[in-house]
Design a protein. Sequence first.
Length: 395
Amino acid sequence: MVDFKYFTPTEVAFGKDSESHLADLVRKYGGTKVLIHYGGGSVVRSGLLDSVKAKLDAAGIAWVELGGVVPNPRLSLAHEGISLCRAEGVDFLLAVGGGSVIDSCKVIGYGMHYDGDVWDIYDGKYVPKACTPLGVVLTIPAAGSEMSDSAVITKDDGMVKRGYSNDLCRPKFAIMNPVRTFTLPPYQTAAGVTDMMMHTMERYFSHEDDMLLTDAVAEAVMRTVKQCGERVLDDPENYQLRAQIMWAGSLAHNDLTGCGSVWDFATHSIEHELSATYGATHGAGLAAIWPHWAEYVLAENPTRFAQFAVNVLDVPNDFKSPERTARAGIAAMVDFYHRIGMPANLPELIGRPATEEEIAEMAFKATHGKTITLGGLKKLGYDDVVAIYRMANRG
């Protein structure tokens, strides 16, 4: 177990009545003029957006709004938000939606305190010194951004998708009402389940093998998400199942499940280029990449993969060969992806094989022009990433 720091300052209001705390929480964290940031669609149709506005109005808290966030949120809208917040004197950001809305809010929060282009942070040219405080009314459990230090954004020019992590952007509060997730389409539910499991898997697959407590927490989170995720597809308005999934999504990405390990996150970086290139749903893209990443890096720590297979996927332990157990675990994960309607390779994800030109370009972008390596379990350079895309392309 390596040394670590654990910091999770987000206040959580969870349950059917959690939205009643909105105005008090905004005030508690200094909000007097709020940007309500959202996507559209269900937030509008369900009446949630109007409810949020009414609660702020009743409390005498001024607000402005900016909708239009799309999956794989765009830098251009964040630029628009930064300008709007400066012009209106906004001092608090409120994300009403899922991970894309929250991440867009975080980028706006960074940009309000920087005179240059906020993309400089993602290009490694600037380290932010501040972020406007933000809160969350969560509607889609998946990204875990409501308690995390990370924010992912896509630059419109060239469709370059990158993530950045800094404790400055951790939300002050997160309001989580599982009832708001009852109407999520099955595909979106399954993609969210895949994403939250992957947040813990990216921390779990490590060279550190002495993390008894952290492993137990991580395995419990992954088992819970897997079991409840499968069941909720047949029973979408089951409050108990939705509540377990919603809470697990936050725990999967607030760093609790990775205390003491060296994290990987190569699968996330490789997937970002699928979202940017093909508009793929992030969770689905993760499912299409992970089995092939796992096969590529398995030799680095087959015992770890075997432990995952046995403790999370209920694969029988072949005590004579950790590698056989590990490979059975990868196959079991592919079966799980297919059972919940997720792809497990590129042709299943995008409807055709990727071209060699697309693979080369995605690997180039993922490694920032061949200047960085990805991952922690095994350091992956440009050629490694190309190899994994090709493996995923076999179908």
